[in-house]
Every structure is written in C-alpha cells, then in structure tokens.
Design a protein around this ligand. Sequence first.
Ligand code: ZN
Length: 105
Amino acid sequence: MKVRKGDTVKILAGKDKGKSGAVLKVFPVEGRLIVEGLNLVVKHVRPRKQGEKGQKLYIPARIQAAKVMVVCKNCSKAVRTGYAFTDNNGVREKQRVCKKCKQNI
Ligand SMILES: [Zn+2]
C-alpha cells in the first residue's frame, strides 16, 4: 500500500469524490484507510443514562486505498507513486517517489 499515515490524499470515488484530506490511519491488511473529515457515516448513539439524549455522530469510515491518490508534497498534485532506491554509504534505501516530479514523498 502506497498510502501512509499523515499523507494528504485526494478521493476519487464516492460522495466525497474530488475532496482531499489527511490520512489518520491505515489498515494495510484490509487495504483501507481513514481520511480526516471525509467519507463520513452517521452513527446513532442511544441515550445511556437517564436524561441523556441520543445523538447522531458523524464519524469517518474506512475507504479503499485504490479509491484515493496521494497528493505530492512537492508539486501538490494527485499523483501515482513509485519506489526508488538510493545508495547511502553502501546501504540501499527504498524511498517512495512522485511519478511526476520524481521527488521523494
Ligand atoms: Zn510531485
């Protein structure tokens, strides 16, 4: 999965198509992630104590990673990402790069 926590992503499908937001959490096994303030679902909460009212809570739901694109920190476009290896004193380091501007992101 090429999306990481803290990334900004653009949503490509669903009711928040076209919007972008920060990634709060990723679920690599499921291939899903949670984007702050987007893909909201209503959670109805029943009153638990006497006198307390029920509420509708809007919470962000998991979205498939294939339905988002990473927004590059350098060129600020929604881009495909790839990986590149750099040589750091003989140690090969894998880095994620933007396919458009070729910078590490
Ligand atoms: Zn870029």
